[in-house]
Design a protein around this ligand. Structure first.
Ligand code: HEC
Length: 421
């Protein structure tokens, strides 16, 4: 019986894992790096379904309770209690708490209030929360192929399956409140209707346009999006369903996308030291070369004064480019060259981003006026795990919506000054 339930668990993993591996950024080559001991084979079998077991070695390390909390957001082993025990014993013995890739936490004058919601489908890689016009919070589960919605007034969380193979990378809201997702796995953009649970799907016009990644609507209702692995930038007109695509240079890997106040799209290059500015009429690209070799930029955001803030993920730095003057400034991120800054938002003139290359994942506040940093470890319940990849400022401009990809948490973070007594 026990064997049967374990088989059941593994077939569940196989089911969830097969498509996930195809999406895994780390590729699907499994390394046999786990230390020997009872439970190794179980861990190798169950825990390599969605990602490499290297994730375990690179983690913070946890107590037995911590491992239980973390893995319960990825796989349900309760139907096979003996195996569950063996897996937790193995993890706790071989991967106890340890300061690997430690973050440097900078104290400062702000504190954050965090409200967190847990998403439903296990191991879904919940990400990219954004607020709808009605105050609902939307997110996608990239590996779980789901779209989800949180009602912050009642804390109700709902999820719907997306068309097979979508593997949504992001979700975005149009001016009328319509919900759109980017089908990173099957070269689509889709519109989701929460009333029916159904999606209307638009296929990319070229087969080589494989992976719609991150998108935003401009002030005229046109949808601009990046296609990272395809080295393309796209524009979709929901009025005509027309898609236009332009190529970037090879291996630019266009990633984050935002607009200046006049509606000009800017795109970050995750594969090369560059930013792109796009002519919104002709879609002609202007490349802004960033000086430091090894620079790669996951995401950017644009301040009200028109300056382009970006994370230099490759070099562990924060940067700003002024299109008016051509002036460019970079600062070392507190946790150093391997801190891999990732999601970035400008909120009330202050820059917020996370350091995803260190453990725990840290939210950093940078005040451009004083050029000072402060940082906050991002908790997932009682543990620290996961990566924030892309978030949005809420419509009232007061809070950040972030997430933790490993633990299925979506969070609303509201900063305020620490009270002075
Ligand atoms: C159903 C999919 C799935 C399975 C199965 C799975 N995980 Fe994960 N795991 C995830 C996702 C999603 C992430 C986040 C990955 C990312 O953001 O790229 C993750 C990340 C991790 C991390 C990194 C945490 C951090 O941020 O430091 C660890 C450690 C981990 N998993 C351990 C395990 C262990 C142990 C098992 C087996 C008991 C397991 N996983 C099985 C989905 C899964």
């Amino acid at each position: 019986m026990k064997k049967a339930s374990f088989l059941c668990a593994t077939s569940l993993i196989a089911m969830l894992g097969a498509p996930a591996l195809a999406q895994s950024p780390s590729g699907n080559v499994q390394r046999a790096g786990l230390p020997d001991g009872p439970g190794k084979d179980l861990v190798q079998g169950i825990c390599s379904g969605c990602h490499q077991v290297r994730e375990i070695e690179r983690s913070l390390g946890y107590t037995r309770e911590g491992w239980n909390e973390l893995t319960s957001s990825m796989v349900d082993m309760t139907a096979a209690p003996d195996q569950h025990k063996e897996v937790l014993d193995y993890l706790a013995q071989h991967f106890p708490p340890a300061a690997k890739r430690p973050a440097k936490i900078i104290p400062g004058p702000y504190q954050i209030d965090t409200k967190a919601w847990k998403t439903i489908k296990l191991g879904q890689r919940a990400r990219d929360p954004v607020e709808g016009l009605d105050g609902m919070i939307w997110y996608v589960g990239q590996w779980g192929n789901v779209i989800g919605r949180i009602d912050p007034r009642t804390d109700k969380v709902q999820e719907w399956d997306l068309p097979q193979g979508t593997f949504p990378h992001s979700v975005i809201i149009d001016k009328a409140g319509g919900v759109w997702f980017l089908g990173n796995g099957n070269g689509t953009i889709g519109r989701f209707d929460p009333a029916t649970g159904k999606s209307t799907v638009f296929k990319m016009p070229l087969p080589e346009a494989k992976d719609p990644h991150t998108g935003e609507f401009d002030k005229d209702g046109l949808f601009w999006f990046s296609l990272q692995q395809s080295d393309m930038i796209g524009r979709f007109d929901p009025a005509t369903n027309d898609v236009k695509l332009v190529k970037t240079k090879k291996n630019a890997k266009p990633y984050g996308i935002k607009f200046t106040s006049d509606g000009t799209p800017w795109v970050a290059c995750n594969g090369a030291p560059c930013l792109y500015k796009i002519d919104r009429k002709t879609m002609e690209l202007t490349e802004i070369k960033l000086p430091l070799p090894g620079t790669t930029v996951r995401r950017l955001d644009i301040a009200e004064d028109g300056r382009v803030w970006y994370v230099n993920s490759g070099k562990g730095r924060l940067g700003v480019f002024d299109p008016e003057t051509g002036k460019l400034t970079e600062w070392d991120s507190p946790s150093g060259p391997d801190s891999h800054p990732y999601g970035i938002n400008v909120m009330e003139g202050v820059i917020w981003y996370n350091e995803s290359g260190v453990r725990p994942d840290v939210l950093v506040r940078f005040d451009p006026k004083t050029e000072t940093f402060q940082s906050f470890p991002i908790a997932s319940g009682n543990i620290y795990a996961g990566i924030h990849r892309n978030g949005h400022v809420t419509r009232d401009g007061q809070s950040l919506l972030i997430h933790q990809s490993a633990t299925n948490y979506i969070m609303k973070v509201t900063p305020k000054p620490v009270a002075v007594r």
